[in-house]
Ligand binder design. Structure first.
Ligand SMILES: Cc1ncc(C[n+]2csc(CCOP(=O)(O)OP(=O)(O)O)c2C)c(N)n1
Length: 307
């Protein structure tokens, strides 16, 4: 096994807040998600949602490593993936609220969003075989572009994940698998459902694996950037982020003991944020989202037509 294939870990960032632009997007996602939970609690949203509270840094770190030609396949916990990719909280909020201006005219909702080369699904593991097929197309017809698929740790329980990785590795496809390992799948701790490690799984297919225990987007990019460039040349990569799921699985369904919730809150990047720069950016993001919620709530319902 070469150094390139070996599992590497980059560890915790210092507690200083990220650079301004990254911090602003992380906070925008944070307040977007908090607003959604609030809207649900007030009975103003229907259906369901899964927030990415605690995981905001992941798509923020990756966004500048991607180009417009790359495909992104998101999952049920995808609001941050979308906002980091497009900088469009208004289109997503309108989509989730079923209001005019929704990115899919209100028919996609929280989990099924389609825009340009971005597609999300609520079906666990569904996206990886699709991303692998797209990666094959890219290799043949658009060399240099890649397909990224976000999955959770629990999604390694889906056989389709292994079939996809096998083909991607065999055919040397530009596939980037981003694992948000938050230590839990709905209500099942990872330790109770996953034998071995995610790095071991990547190694079994001869894929590179980078494990990231860091929430600073710039540090993450410095470590992951060169490996992402190799993905473009046909070296599939499993990027594993060790994260915390700060909120419930969806809305109000958190079964974790209080001690675990306290640990998760203490480790959260937002809890650890401090200083005037952080406080000012936090207040600005909260105000922007509050204004957005009021503005979108006042819009007429979304209308979808097949035309
Ligand atoms: C095929 C399939 N089975 C079950 C579900 C129900 N479900 C939605 S999310 C989830 C847990 C996902 O856990 P993980 O992959 O770790 O992601 P996380 O929710 O922690 O981000 C389950 C079981 C589903 N959406 N799709």
């Amino acid at each position: 096994m070469t150094d390139f294939l070996a599992t590497t870990t980059i560890e915790k960032a210092p507690d200083s807040p990220p650079a301004d632009a990254d911090l602003a997007t992380m906070l925008l996602i944070r307040h977007f998600e908090l607003a959604l939970l609030d809207l649900f609690a007030r009975g103003e949203l229907h259906g369901t949602t899964h927030t990415c509270l605690g995981q905001e840094h992941v798509p923020v770190a990756l966004a500048p490593l991607l180009t417009a030609r790359d495909y992104v396949f998101s999952n049920h916990r995808g609001h941050g993936h979308y906002i980091a990719r497009f900088g469009d909280p208004a289109g997503l909020l309108a989509e989730i609220m079923g209001r005019a201006g929704g990115v899919c005219h209100g028919v996609g909702g929280s989990q099924h969003v389609f825009r340009d080369r971005y597609l999300s699904t609520g079906v666990q593991g569904e996206s990886l075989p699709v991303a692998t097929g797209v990666a094959l197309h890219l290799k043949r017809d658009e060399p240099g572009a890649l397909a990224l698929a976000y999955i959770g740790d629990g999604t390694w329980g889906e056989g389709a994940v292994y079939e996809a990785l096998n083909m991607a590795a065999l055919w040397r496809l530009p596939l980037l698998v981003v694992v948000e390992n938050n230590g839990i799948a709905q209500s099942t701790p990872t330790a109770a459902e996953l034998a071995g490690t995610i790095g071991g799984r990547a190694a079994a297919f001869g894929c590179a694996h980078l494990r990231i225990e860091n929430t600073d987007p710039a540090e993450i990019r410095a470590a992951a950037g060169p490996l992402v460039e190799r993905v473009r040349e046909g070296a599939p990569l499993v990027l594993e982020f060790v994260t915390n799921r700060l909120g419930p699985h969806s809305k109000g369904d958190d079964t974790r003991p209080e001690a675990e919730l306290s640990r998760v809150r203490a480790a959260d990047w937002h809890t650890r944020g401090s200083g005037e720069r952080f406080a000012a950016a936090d207040a600005a993001a909260a105000a922007r989202i509050a204004a957005l919620v009021a503005e979108v709530a006042a819009r007429p319902p979304a209308v979808w037509s097949r035309a």
